[in-house]
Design a binder for this molecule. Structure first.
Ligand code: ADP
Length: 190
């Protein structure tokens, strides 16, 4: 099972490259400098072109480096997505440095920005589980639980939320986490 409907929103898991998604916004797992980097961040800037970095530079000039858990929105440049929502996940430091809260904050901030901009669809990568070293099992559970709670608790413009998982192992881990979430929410309704 790779789908779950929450209120008016369809949550879907796919394996693939987020830069090719056609949702209104794609989320970037950025770093605090918003200067681009490796992983999904590098891929988004390569595919989207220089307009994205120009806006990122203006944002940092105005408000400084972006702390983990927060998010900002820019143009999507040459991407199919109109917007990129840049959020910063936590760097994994053993799990005792507020990582779980900051990871949930990154997903919530991104969803809030999408809703504030009246977007109908958004795609997420697996934030923090690459260079930032967050264990994928734990991160997948937090990602899906946070998106599920947000969509349950807020009536928004968002009709479609997609997790775009790059590699087979990450995709399988998110699938298992979604099964767990669906079972728990079915039990809650009994
Ligand atoms: P972080 O620094 O937040 O850990 P990374 O970009 O290093 O971010 O990794 C986050 C996840 O994004 C990893 O699972 C990585 O495999 C994945 N990823 C890398 N490139 C892409 C892409 N083009 N589309 C979707 N996911 C990607």
């Amino acid at each position: 099972m790779n789908e779950l409907t929450i209120n008016q929103t369809r949550l879907t898991l796919v394996q693939g490259d987020i830069t090719r998604q056609q949702t209104d916004a794609i989320v970037n797992a950025a770093n605090s400098s918003l200067m681009g980097g490796g992983g999904v961040d590098g891929a988004i800037h390569r595919a989207g072109g220089p307009a994205i970095l120009e806006e990122c530079n203006k944002i940092v000039a105005k408000q400084g480096q972006m702390p983990p858990g927060q998010a900002v929105i820019t143009t999507g440049g040459n991407l199919k997505a109109k917007f990129v929502i840049h959020t910063v996940g936590p760097i994994w430091r053993g799990g005792t440095h507020n990582e779980a809260v900051l990871l949930a904050d990154a997903y919530r901030s991104s969803l809030s920005l999408a809703a504030a901009n009246h977007l109908a669809s958004i795609s997420f990568p697996s934030i923090s589980t690459g260079a930032y070293g967050y264990p994928v099992d734990a991160a997948a559970a937090i990602a899906l639980k946070t998106v599920n709670s947000f969509l349950r608790e807020n009536i928004t413009s968002i009709k479609q939320a997609v997790f775009v998982l790059f590699d087979a192992k990450t995709f399988a881990t998110y699938l298992a986490a979604l099964e767990g979430l669906a079972e728990r929410s079915a039990q809650d309704k009994l």
